[in-house]
Ligand binder design. Structure first.
Ligand code: APR
Length: 272
């Protein structure tokens, strides 16, 4: 996997079917924390107390306090040049599909075509009623978040209640540990993978590849002949990632590297 960035650029030009797995490293340059690297959320917070259904049942006010902070951080963040470059790639290549593990909404805000991205861990910008399963999106969404933000501290008595069934507790529309991923997204991705005999390129951007089943997509793409390009800030041993001679390990900040890697296809996108 010592292959150079320029050989990737030659390859991406002729790639028709491209699958991308997007992780927290993609949004690091937008100022949002990752999970497992230095300063990662799961290094500074107890994931079991904040990011599981049991945690929400036990202390919904604590979980809402944590997610309100992440919603505000995501609202203040801006898509970076990598989000923009991937959006441009989608516009230029209809055979490109992104599997997005990030819940920060930045790809969507960059304008990524909706049919070419799946938010498999949900999004901070959707809410759901725990009783009637109503999904709440903007603009209703804003009202709930505004009410929550008005409170100096979120107490159980002031937790958001569903305006539709009027009693269900509202929760963030994200996938917590032990929960299943959105079946519609999984089916769409499966159908895309199975739709044709080959996949040309698998982009793996800013992920520790520790979370299943996202990592299974790398193997699925490889089985379909894909050449894998890993983009990561860390210096990793490519062989540890199962990368082979025809693959790429491109080290550095995704916000810098992704626009350069895709340049032959997207040209010079404007810097965010
Ligand atoms: N550019 C590229 N890669 C980066 C950058 C950067 N600027 N900054 C960090 N990275 C890399 C880190 O080296 C690490 O390998 O991004 C990866 C982030 O890994 P994690 O923090 O584990 O995040 P991710 O892989 O997205 O986690 C997957 O786990 O906690 C759950 O639901 C959560 O979606 C998340 C999932």
């Amino acid at each position: 996997a010592s292959r150079s960035l320029s050989s990737f650029q030659d390859h991406i030009i002729t790639s028709r079917r491209i699958l991308a797995l997007l992780g927290a490293g993609l949004s690091a340059s937008s100022g949002l924390p990752t999970f497992r690297g230095a300063g990662g959320l799961w290094k500074t917070h107890d994931v079991k107390a904040l990011s599981t259904p049991a945690a929400f049942d036990a202390d919904p006010a604590l979980v809402w306090t944590f997610y309100l902070e992440r919603i505000k951080a995501a609202q203040e963040a801006k898509p970076n040049a990598a989000h923009v470059a991937l959006t441009e790639l989608a516009r230029k290549k209809e055979g490109f599909l992104a599997v997005n593990m990030n819940i920060d909404g930045l790809s969507r805000r960059a304008g990524h075509p909706e049919q070419q991205i799946h938010d498999i861990h949900g999004s901070l910008f959707t809410l759901r009623c725990t009783k009637c399963d109503l999904e709440i999106r903007p603009p209703d969404y804003e009202q709930y978040i505004h009410n929550l933000s008005q409170q100096s501290s979120i107490t159980t008595s002031k937790l958001p209640r569903c305006h539709s069934c009027s009693e269900g507790l509202i929760r963030p529309g994200v996938v917590w540990f032990t929960e299943s991923l959105p079946q519609t997204s999984l089916k769409s991705i499966y159908d895309w993978v199975e739709a044709e005999p080959t996949i040309d390129t698998m982009l793996v951007i800013g992920t520790s590849t520790e979370v299943y089943p996202a990592t299974a997509y790398i193997e699925a793409a490889r089985k379909k002949g894909a050449r894998v390009a890993v983009v990561n800030i860390e210096q990793e041993d490519p062989s540890l990632l199962g990368l082979e001679e025809q693959d790429w390990y491109i080290q550095g900040d995704a916000a810098d590297l992704v626009p350069t890697m895709l340049k032959p296809v997207i040209g010079d996108t404007m810097q965010e």
